[in-house]
Design a protein around this ligand. Sequence first.
Ligand SMILES: [Cu+2]
Length: 157
Amino acid sequence: MHIDRYERNWIRFAGGLLVVFAAALTVAAVFLGVRLPGIAEQTIPIAQAGGEYDINKGWIRELAPRRYEVNMRARVWSFEPREIRIPAGSTVTFYIHSDDITHGIKIQNTTVSTMIFPGHVAKVTYTFDKPGEYVFVCHEYCGAGHHFMSGRVIVEE
Ligand SMILES: [Cu+2]
């Protein structure tokens, strides 16, 4: 069977790319320890709350100096709490759930970005070293008031 020279070269090039990508994936997974976030790692049942902490409210509590826990509710079209005030250097673990439909959260200038599925709790931990205002938004389109879904983390000196 005759294959045109250019076509043969392109087939070789594409095949070579597949080999390069497969090698890169293998190196990343085996040697660099890169892992896709699994659902099991990101979601836990709502359990931590107790006593005065009602899971049906948004709250923030201090576990230790510069160590906080936030129970965040997402619903159409707001986050609760919508303002979180912490001192710089604080490590915050967010437990975020949705009361209704699928939402998402992205805290600007941080690595916090996750989906919020109904029936699950998204757990994210982040250390806010730099003082400033970190706006967070819903990044999953959730209807007419989607663009109102925002809040901020205020990191004080
Ligand atoms: Cu939303």
